[in-house]
Design a protein around this ligand. Sequence first.
Ligand code: SF4
Ligand code: SF4
Length: 87
Amino acid sequence: MKLTIGLVAKPGTSIAYKTGSWRTGQLPHFAQLKCNSCDLCALACPEGCVTQVEKGKYQADLDYCKGCGICALVCPIKEIKMEAEVR
Ligand code: SF4
Ligand code: SF4
């Protein structure tokens, strides 16, 4: 009988990696003018780094934001614009 030995990584390590250092050079800008708090941006962010700070006001944690632009893509009222990051 053949024995196969696998390898399992430790779970929950993504918080330890500040994925913001991989950023594309673009940042989401939340205009916060007409936001209806639908939460789609927070749900769609693959890094889970968008949070609501108060009703109608969302922000991305730049330690983890990779600049992928998905939040801007899913926002139904185009409240989020991707902007070039100045480093
Ligand atoms: S740009 Fe991507 S990683 Fe950054 S907040 Fe939006 S969805 Fe999340
Ligand atoms: S997707 Fe747009 S409208 Fe919905 S909570 Fe996010 S910023 Fe507000």
